[in-house]
Design a protein around this ligand. Sequence first.
Ligand SMILES: Nc1ncnc2c1ncn2[C@@H]1O[C@H](COP(=O)(O)OP(=O)(O)OP(=O)(O)O)[C@@H](O)[C@H]1O
Ligand SMILES: [Mg+2]
Length: 230
Amino acid sequence: MLRARGLVKTYRAPAGPRIPVLDGVDVDVKAGELVVVAGASGSGKSTLLNLLGLLEDADAGDVWFADEHVSALGRSARSGARGRFVGFVFQSFLLLPSLTALDNVVLAARYVGRSGPETRRRARELLEELGVAERHEHYPPQLSGGEQQRVAFCRAVLNDPPLLLADEPTGNLDDANAHVIAEALRRRAAAGGAVVVVTHRPEAFVPATAVFRIENGRLEGYPLKKEVAP
Ligand SMILES: Nc1ncnc2c1ncn2[C@@H]1O[C@H](COP(=O)(O)OP(=O)(O)OP(=O)(O)O)[C@@H](O)[C@H]1O
Ligand SMILES: [Mg+2]
């Protein structure tokens, strides 16, 4: 479902030093798999996820969704592919402050040309599942960080994307709610989705298909945590 080969990324601050972040990263995630990538703060987790989700361009390397060589597409075809394939849970949520929680979730469907009562029903169902249904009329500034995070999760999965990329999706959550998100991610994989989570807390997502760690720009096996889902 997702394949990446040789991803390289270096940031260059205008006057500052080069910041090499990724130095040749390969990723394979099949439908039905949950892959976890751990790593210290600043190790390149968000950068990797942004490259996998076509939100940023790599300096080198390629990305395929299904068997489509999406990193080779032009800007507008790439954003079309992103719309068809990817649900993204942003580390900083990126909810629109002028829309209610429910409308933020429903907005995801608008981007792919869907709307209507069925979509709203599904959005409410997801908010219910994540325990934030009673906040559906609230605006993001009136929500706690953890509540915003759960709303952002609902938005990312509303369209049932075949590929779900989640950046630190439990970063603002207590253990109970982290468990709710981890279970929701596992259910998506069990239902045939391909799921990638980047986090500094990999324990929360085990059992997973595989757990890796970013270190010095490379993806290493993480044997301690390598546990195969039943
Ligand atoms: N747009 C940018 N310009 C310059 N440097 C950047 C940019 N984005 C990220 N970096 C640098 O690249 C490195 C990796 O950043 P990244 O956000 O991928 O880390 P991370 O592993 O997600 O960290 P965290 O756990 O804190 O979210 C960091 O040193 C960061 O400062
Ligand atoms: Mg990050």
